[in-house]
Ligand binder design. Structure first.
Ligand code: CU
Length: 249
């Protein structure tokens, strides 16, 4: 007779069978916890970045609250929402501090993106152009432009794109339509340090007007996810790196 977790078992075959059963159950538990923690990590998200209203602005739709929000684009995942360890894919490119953003309804939103990543030729030059923006008061831009490192532009070199920030039109009668897309130029390879981030990122500022409350999605349209599917894999094929949600409330 032997005892395994209080069960009386006969020596020999029964003991072996009981041992095998216990090991199988333990392996199952380890596997389930492993998968759960992987899924938890891969869905890790910071709280949304919330645009802050600071005063009002004169716009084509009259005087509106003027909200400001800032995001960054990184050549890895070490500075954004995946935590200082970078989460499950520290070498994947990412937006931060979060890929979920929240904007006030019926407002002028001015967004600044600081772009630390390199890049290359975009597959679709449509996304090297600026779409859907309105003039940012006081910075010299017109409708359809963005401010790039202090200069108003309506497009960038399609052979030197780092990422895009593209809020997608949602075909729904229940919410206002928004389509905004801005290209973020690549930092030159010569300016990309071996470790840490470039001291000379590109700074892109643009504005757009929100409508009534709604939920939208955005993503990067430059195939920046190394790997499979002609660089549309990895970071481009997962949540919380190059895509996220826009909540207008
Ligand atoms: Cu990208």
């Amino acid at each position: 007779m032997g005892h395994i977790f209080g069960w009386e078992v006969r020596a020999g075959g029964d003991l072996k069978r009981a041992f095998t059963a216990v090991v199988t159950v333990l392996l199952g538990v380890v596997l389930v916890f492993g998968i759960a923690s992987y899924l938890h990590d891969s869905n890790r998200q910071n709280p949304p970045v919330i645009a802050q209203v600071k005063g009002v602005a004169q716009t084509s739709q009259g005087v509106l609250p003027h909200a400001f929000i800032a995001l960054n684009t990184y050549p890895d995942s070490l500075a954004g929402e995946h935590g200082p360890s970078g989460g499950p894919h520290p070498d994947w490119v990412s937006y931060g501090p979060s890929t979920d953003i929240s904007l006030p309804a019926h407002s002028l939103v001015t967004m600044t993106i600081t772009q630390y990543d390199s890049g290359g030729t975009i597959n679709n030059p449509f996304f090297a152009k600026v779409w859907g923006t309105t003039a940012t008061p006081g910075d010299g831009t017109s409708n359809g432009q963005m401010l790039l490192d202090g200069k108003p532009v309506s497009e960038i070199d399609p052979t030197a794109v780092g990422h895009t920030f593209t809020i997608h039109e949602m075909s729904s009668p229940a919410q206002s339509s928004i389509f905004v897309s801005v290209p973020l130029p690549a930092v030159a390879d010569s300016a990309m340090p071996d470790t840490g981030y470039t001291k000379t990122p590109h700074v892109i500022t643009f504005s757009f007007i929100t409508g009534s409350a709604g939920k939208y999605v955005w993503n990067c349209e430059y195939p920046c996810g190394d790997g499979t599917y002609r660089n549309f894999g990895d970071a481009m094929a997962a949540r919380s790196f190059m895509s996220g949600t826009v909540t207008v409330a």
